[in-house]
Design a binder for this molecule. Structure first.
Ligand code: HXC
Length: 257
């Protein structure tokens, strides 16, 4: 497809989306975000793709929403058009989405990374929710996702000061799962995606759905939900195949059904 602000390619079962507005540190204009959503949907509907990686460049994953685009925004207009609603579409993607973050991940950029299922970061990556400095607050889940992951005191400190935090801090707090040298992050993210893509797609989707339900449900409801999905998986050929392969000491051949 012909995109203006992103590049897409596939790497053996992994769809890669590269944010490509380098002059503005990959500021997330509406046009850019619509392209991300379109690319996500295309990879979601492509049965040869088992996981998706989103990345930027070495200077920036993304510096957030396009501030210039918001200069003349009004309450009435943003309310009428449900401004930023389309930022939530990534949460409906069933395949695993991995963020490979180098450089700045600020504001909406940090929120986009947090909307992914796994974050890998480069050693010099800088995260933050600086909206307070613009007279705004995070608007795409920042106050919610950051708080759930790193806790209230740290989230308050960061959101109310707009201070940035490092890749190492993010890893220590559990926001980022691993930190790599700058030049290796993308490769490692793609390898992780390929590992996910090597398993049964419906089972991977069930695992993702079940982990995500931990954010929505009480422990009792979450465990109930997990058990029901677990039970349902016995209806899949891939669950029969996986158990049979183990019992017969051979490698499983997934048919994704
Ligand atoms: C629009 C941006 C931008 C942004 C940078 N640019 N970030 N344009 N929206 N978010 C543009 C600058 O205007 C400038 O354009 C060019 O990119 C280079 O930026 P500089 O500031 O000159 O570079 P530098 O001094 O190296 O600083 C880099 C930076 C800084 C630390 C990333 O640009 C910065 O702080 N950006 C804003 C970060 C931010 O506040 N993000 C939150 C946005 S609000 P020109 O034309 O002058 O060369 C948000 C709300 C989320 O995300 C709500 C839900 C979506």
């Amino acid at each position: 497809p012909n995109y203006e602000h992103i590049l897409t390619e596939s790497h053996d079962k992994v769809g890669l989306i590269t944010l490509n507005r380098p002059k503005t540190f990959n500021a997330l204009s509406s046009d850019l975000f619509h392209e991300i959503n379109d690319a996500l949907k295309k990879f979601e509907n492509d049965s040869s793709i088992g996981a998706i990686v989103i990345t930027g460049n070495e200077r920036a994953f993304s510096a957030g929403a396009d501030i210039k685009e918001m200069l003349n925004q009004t309450f009435a207009n943003s309310y009428k058009t449900n401004f930023l609603f389309h930022w939530g579409e990534i949460n409906n993607i069933k395949k695993p989405v991995i963020a490979a973050v180098n450089g700045f991940a600020l504001g909406g950029g940090c929120e986009l990374a947090m909307s992914c299922d796994v974050i890998y970061a480069g050693e010099t990556a800088k995260f933050g929710q600086p909206e307070i400095k613009l007279g705004l607050i995070p608007g795409a889940g920042g106050t919610q996702r950051l708080t759930r992951v790193i806790g209230k005191s740290k989230a308050m400190e960061l959101v109310l000061s707009g201070r940035t935090f490092t890749a190492q801090e993010a890893e220590q707090w559990g926001l980022v799962s691993k930190v790599f040298p700058v030049g290796e992050v993308l490769e490692k993210a793609i390898e992780l995606g390929q590992e996910f893509a090597g398993f049964s797609q419906p089972v991977i989707q069930a695992a993702k759905e079940s982990v995500n339900s931990a954010y929505e449900l009480s422990l009792r409801e979450g465990c109930h939900f997990e058990r029901r999905i677990f039970q349902a998986l016995f209806s899949l050929n891939d669950a029969k195949e996986g158990k049979d392969a183990f019992a017969n000491k051979r490698e499983a051949k997934w048919t994704h059904d």
